[in-house]
Design a protein around this ligand. Structure first.
Ligand SMILES: N[C@@H](CCC(=O)N[C@@H](CS)C(=O)NCC(=O)O)C(=O)O
Length: 83
């Protein structure tokens, strides 16, 4: 999915597992055609309690995003990806 405006591409880092609340956000993202990268969070295995996940989802719930919307250059260099 790609969404470009004024040379800026937005990428959502989505932490997701195929449960009802997860499906809601993937259906939304499909309709909006926003770029997203999906990271699986296996809530049956306890991934939601890992410190790196709790850092941006302190109530241990998915779906969640580590960077709600991250602006990127249309043709990013490696260093601009880190901004
Ligand atoms: N308000 C959130 C709730 C999300 C939620 O409850 N997610 C559940 C799975 S459907 C979850 O992550 N549970 C993990 C846990 O309780 O440890 C939403 O509607 O998306």
């Amino acid at each position: 999915m790609t969404n470009q405006a004024d040379g800026v591409r937005k990428v959502i880092e989505l932490y997701y597992w195929p449960a009802p609340n997860g499906h809601k956000i993937t259906m939304f993202l499909e309709k909006t055609e926003l770029d997203c990268t999906i990271h699986p969070v296996n809530i049956s295995a306890g991934d939601q309690f890992k410190p790196e996940f709790l850092a941006f989802s302190p109530d241990n719930r998915m779906p969640a995003s580590s960077t709600a919307i991250r602006p990127m250059a249309a043709n990013p260099s490696p260093s601009s990806n880190l901004a």
